[in-house]
Design a protein around this ligand. Structure first.
Ligand code: KIV
Ligand code: ZN
Length: 524
């Protein structure tokens, strides 16, 4: 990497809390959204798309509070192309030091057919809505959804209308992940060359990953002249997800020699936010995921290890510290004290209050008694459980299972439900099934199990298992997680954690309700 080239600034627009969170099952609680927004702001993200305010009272409240708590980032909300959406969006983002309204409409033939507008009617709608938004706010982003499948002449026409109506950023979405790098670069370059007024605004790129090309397409768009990349942490998002923030940030950093662009993101904060997003969304990061996967910096083969010991650059193009991985995975054990734990957690990006630290320390000691070595991943799982605001309504007191060959498994479960103890014994097709049945007997519910996932967070037979459980009840989705050295216990705890989250959501009526009434795909 050379530092001598003068570099153009590329704005990073993070949409983890909007496009990412809108993917089925990735729903976050209000507190989690605020926490993630704070981390994005801290790491130097230029624009945070905090949500879709018209979608629900919960979304509105989250965007408003994120706007109020924002320090450096511009806070953006999404609005469809109608005045009600735009007004509601402005109501939420106006509290930010730097607010932005992002309004959009699907412009490709397939998308135009949904609201049944012809080309002229849609052009008029774009003019009216962007003008309205610009009368409320100085910072307006406009997107022709499905731009990459929109007729070229019509795309130029509507982009020009939006610029004339006052849009300050034009985002070109590859909504279905259809484009390829050369095409992505050409599209932006030609728009800038062709559309009057294009030089005065910023072009953005918004790529989905259906063909695995989102990062390549986003970087190519930058080569074509885009100066804003839209992305999400861990590439979270519907279907195959969005461009991953960590990938574009590190690609620009590592290959500054051929891509002379810079971002304002502090890459050392990447690992921490990646872990938090994985935990709160319930979408675990695949082991071999670029930059943030567990194996991204692991070298197991003899040749690699030998080379690494002689010179790290033999097999590494970036240093683990550059993405916030501590150089050594300092192992903690049962003799480690509270100060060491505090220091270790700080290193991992967790600054806990005294009470929380006390709680985590107790859990750490319990774990260290059962497990010889406690790794970073174990601690992260512990902190996530100890700091979960939804932990209280239902709690597992004890769980015993009998299983083996030649018969159903039996689970005897004792739970405390709103302060009262009860016990049940159930049989099932394996210990997890029996435990889940016992939970349903003690806490009858209609929740449907949508996802059950087990990961070993570290190696060895005493490794902790992290289990994710996603439940759906009356359109509400909640994801629970838990970690334990016993997979059945972790499973039961994760199921109970998801139920607790459903209870919290169900109890929230009025302004706190978190049920989504509309999707950004509903066209008004
Ligand atoms: O993918 C897409 O087209 C979107 C728009 C709302 C910008 O997310
Ligand atoms: Zn999108």
């Amino acid at each position: 990497m050379t530092d001598t080239v003068s570099k153009d600034r590329v704005l990073i627009f993070d949409t983890t809390l909007r496009d990412g969170e809108q993917s089925p099952g990735a729903t976050m609680t209000h507190e989690e959204k605020l926490e993630i927004a704070g981390l994005l702001d801290d790491m130097g993200v230029d624009i945070i798309e905090a949500g879709f305010p018209i979608a629900s009272e919960g979304d509105f409240r989250a965007v408003s509070e994120i706007a109020r708590q924002s320090r450096n980032s511009t806070i953006c909300g999404l609005a469809r192309a109608n005045l009600t959406d735009i007004d509601r969006c402005w109501e939420a983002v106006q509290h930010a030091k730097s607010p932005r309204i992002h309004t959009f409409i699907g412009t490709s033939p397939l998308h135009r057919a949904i609201p049944n507008l012809d080309m002229d009617q849609m052009a008029e709608r774009i003019h009216d809505t962007v003008t309205h938004a610009r009368n409320l706010c100085d910072n307006i982003q406009w997107s022709p959804m499905d731009a990459t499948r929109t007729e070229w002449d019509y795309l130029c026409r509507v982009v020009e209308i939006a610029i004339k109506a006052g849009a300050t950023t034009i985002n070109i979405p590859d909504t279905v992940g259809y484009t390829a790098p050369r095409e992505s670069a050409d599209l932006i370059r030609r728009l800038i060359e062709t559309v009057p007024g294009a030089d005065d605004i910023i072009f953005a790129t918004h790529c989905h990953n259906d063909l695995g090309m989102a990062t390549a397409n986003a970087l190519a768009a930058v080569e074509g002249g885009a100066r804003q990349i839209e992305c999400t942490i861990n590439g979270l998002g519907e279907r195959a997800g969005n461009t991953a923030l960590e990938e574009v940030v590190m690609a620009l950093k590592v290959r500054g020699d051929i891509m002379p662009y810079e971002t304002g993101v502090d890459s050392r904060k990447i690992m921490n936010i990646s872990r938090r997003v994985a935990t709160v969304s319930g979408f675990a990061v695949q082991f071999n995921k670029a930059i943030v996967g567990k194996n991204a910096f692991a070298h197991e083969s003899g040749i690699h290890q030998d080379g690494m010991l002689k010179n790290a650059e033999t097999f590494e193009i970036m240093r683990p510290e550059d993405v916030g991985l501590s150089e050594t995975n300092l192992v903690m054990g049962k003799h480690s004290g509270r100060a060491a734990l505090r220091a270790k957690l700080k290193d991992l990006g967790f600054e806990l209050g005294d009470n929380q630290l006390k709680d985590v320390f107790v859990r750490f000691k319990e774990l260290a008694d059962r497990k010889k070595e406690v790794y970073d991943e174990d601690l992260i799982a512990l902190v996530s459980a100890a700091t979960d605001p939804a932990a209280d309504h239902l709690q597992i007191v004890s769980l015993k299972v009998l299983c083996g060959t030649g018969g159903p498994a039996e689970a005897t479960l004792e739970m405390e439900i709103d302060g009262k103890d009860s016990i049940a014994t159930e049989h099932g097709d394996g210990p997890v099934d029996a435990a889940f049945k016992a939970i349903r007997v003690l806490h009858p519910n209609k929740a449907r199990l949508q996802l059950y996932q087990v990961h070993a967070v570290t190696e060895g037979t005493d490794a902790q298992a992290t289990v994710s459980v996603r439940l759906e009840e009356d359109g509400m989705i909640a994801t629970g997680q838990s970690a334990d050295t016993d997979t059945v216990v972790a499973s039961a705890k994760a199921y109970v954690n998801a139920l607790n989250r459903l209870v919290v959501r169900r109890n929230k009526t009025g302004p706190g309700a978190d049920t989504r009434e509309v999707s950004y795909k509903d066209v008004s």
